[in-house]
Design a protein around this ligand. Structure first.
Ligand SMILES: [Zn+2]
Length: 174
């Protein structure tokens, strides 16, 4: 199933946006939950979105799949908080789109606040665990504004040789 995390918090620094989207992407990759087809922090004036992660092909059929989906949703704000802990309350309050989707998934399992807290902790632990990858991805995103599927994979894998090679033939569209 297709999903696009669209993040709209107004006035947010591009750095925070980059770490937020990198958090979503690395969570999908780490959990093997769907495929990230691209990430952008180019604002979309028509929709007001400041950034989005295009994740698709998630198989969401078991409770474990649903938990992974919710962790991927929470990982955006978790990465943003780790990058800028001073703005924690503002960040958590601003992740409305992600939280609405997560709330729907939690309700589908009949989950309550304890489960929400548990999955938020798992998202934060994943972000801590994979911080070097999130950091690398966010930095590239700030440089390029937009990353294609292959670039995301190579950056997360730390395969800079393949990254350089793929950029020779990759047709960049903005
Ligand atoms: Zn998000």
């Amino acid at each position: 199933m297709p999903k696009r995390n669209e993040d709209t918090a107004a006035g947010r620094a591009p750095e925070r946006c980059a770490y937020h989207e990198a958090g979503h992407a690395v969570a999908h990759y780490t959990l093997g939950h769907g495929t990230v087809y691209g990430i952008t922090i180019i604002p979309n004036e028509a929709t007001g979105n400041l950034g989005s992660t295009n994740a698709q092909d998630m198989d969401i059929s078991t409770p474990e799949d649903v938990e992974n989906e919710v962790i991927c949703l929470y990982a955006g704000a978790a990465a943003e908080v780790r990058f800028d802990p001073g703005c924690r309350d503002e960040i958590l309050a601003g992740a409305e789109g992600d939280d609405e989707q997560a709330a729907d998934w939690l309700a589908s399992l009949g989950y309550g606040p304890q489960d929400e807290a548990r999955l938020r902790e798992r998202a934060a632990a994943l972000v801590d665990d994979r911080w070097p990858q999130i950091d690398a991805l966010a930095r590239e995103l700030l440089k390029q504004q937009k990353l294609e599927m292959e670039e995301v994979e190579y950056i997360i894998e730390g395969d800079l040789e393949s990254l350089a090679y793929c950029r020779r033939w990759l047709t960049r569209s903005t």
